[in-house]
Design a protein around this ligand. Structure first.
Ligand code: IMP
Ligand code: MG
Length: 176
């Protein structure tokens, strides 16, 4: 394991199993419907890539990028849209994908923004929920794991842009 890791939360096999389980539920719920999956960059890139391969419904893929954290490890509360989606979402079944929800500010802001585009439905899927940190309530239709109030990295999640490539999800050492 990487030397900067304090301890492991979810290993590669557990994540793969959980992603398949979420994909199966989504496939059942959206049977006969067409989905627009919106990946929240950059953190959700790996999760989205795996999740879409576990979904059998026809779907298209979109990307949105919002920033709230910058390079630091705590939220500033400011959310900025750095890259927007490219197709018309009106009357589409939209699923917003993120790897982690913390205060909920990012997801809350994106949820509001996308709701205004009048999709047929709008739901949220997150792999990790740091629910104890929530400041903005967001309805989460699909959730992988609840996690404690620790800064985690891996499987797309970074600290200063590093560690996204770790295949597992782990708590970072504070004294690196
Ligand atoms: P929120 O707006 O506070 O919910 O923060 C959401 C975003 O902050 C996520 O999309 C991540 O990019 C980032 N984030 C929150 N917690 C963590 C963490 O523990 N590790 C890495 N990134 C995190
Ligand atoms: Mg980050």
């Amino acid at each position: 394991m990487n030397d900067d890791i304090e301890y492991l939360l979810h290993d590669e096999a557990a994540i793969a199993g959980k992603v398949r389980e979420l994909g199966k539920r989504i496939s059942q719920d959206y049977a006969g419907k067409e989905l627009v999956m919106i990946c929240i960059l950059k953190g959700a890139a790996l999760f989205t890539a795996d999740l879409v391969r576990s979904i059998s419904s026809p779907l298209t893929l979109e990307f949105i990028q919002a920033s709230s954290y910058g390079l630091a490890t705590s939220s500033t509360g400011n959310v900025l849209i750095e890259k927007d989606t490219e197709t018309d979402l009106q009357d589409k079944h939209v699923l917003l994908v993120d790897t982690i929800i913390d205060t909920g500010r990012t997801m809350g802001c994106l949820f509001k923004l996308l709701s205004a585009r009048r999709p047929a439905s709008l739901n949220v899927v997150v792999l990790l929920d740091k629910s104890c940190k929530r400041r903005v309530e967001v309805p989460i239709a699909y959730k992988g794991y609840d996690i404690p109030d620790k800064f985690v990295v891996g499987y797309g999640l970074d600290c200063g842009e590093y560690y996204r490539n770790l295949p597992y999800i782990a708590v970072l050492k504070t004294d690196r």
